[in-house]
Design a protein around this ligand. Structure first.
Ligand code: F6R
Ligand code: ZN
Length: 191
């Protein structure tokens, strides 16, 4: 890959454009098994966007390289559960990542390999270091699009299968108008 010239990172819109950038989106229709209430997911518009990721790929997936991305998680819920990303461990388990809040409000859900989970609040200016061997997921608990920057080693890769099989040990739901963390009652089927 041969990328020349600066790309553009607009803030607070969180939009990346120009050379080396791309954009992908995840819609409700693609996220079967991710949310606990599958019937509620099926009742939603299949084309509803749950999240988008803007990427800047200035190198291949090489040791020593870095990737940069901005995730936009839309506001919304499937049943009582807030819109969220799939979440993953890195395929190279020891590789960490930085996240930082750009706009909106939400939670970073973290889980180690022993399935102990914890969260950090995300808000404009919040900075989050995700150590290696820790799965990570963004949850939008606010009314605006949650926009979060990320930078990670280009050779980290993504292990979605572990989450697909066992899920996170906690879920984030709305109860009485507030975000609440609950123990996950069952792993998702697939997503
Ligand atoms: C990269 C990273 C983020 C996520 C993005 C979408 O390592 O953590 O850029 O890839 O928030 O989430 P997933 O990849 O879980 O669908
Ligand atoms: Zn990651």
């Amino acid at each position: 890959m041969d990328v020349h010239g600066p790309a553009l990172f607009h803030t607070p819109s969180g939009i990346l454009e120009g050379v080396g950038t791309s954009r992908s989106k995840r819609c409700i229709s693609e996220l079967q098994g991710l949310f606990v209430d599958e019937a509620a997911r099926q009742a939603l518009d299949p084309a509803q966007v749950v999240y988008e990721v803007y990427m800047h790929n200035a190198c291949e997936e090489v040791e020593g390289g870095l990737f940069f991305g901005v995730s936009h998680v839309y506001p919304g819920k499937v049943g009582a559960e807030y819109f969220m990303t799939k979440g993953h461990f890195h395929a190279k388990k020891g590789h960490g990542e930085y996240y930082w809040g750009i706009d909106g409000a939400g939670l970073l859900v973290l889980m180690n390999e022993q399935r102990a989970s914890w969260t950090e609040p995300i808000f404009p200016g919040s900075l989050h270091y995700i150590p290696g061997c820790v799965a990570h997921r963004l949850v939008n608990t606010g009314a605006r699009i949650l926009k979060v920057g990320a930078c990670w080693p280009a050779d980290a890769g993504h292990d979605y299968a572990s989450i697909q099989q066992a899920g996170f040990s906690v879920r984030v739901i709305e109860r009485d108008g507030r975000a609440e963390l609950v123990q996950a009652v069952r792993p998702p089927d697939h997503c």
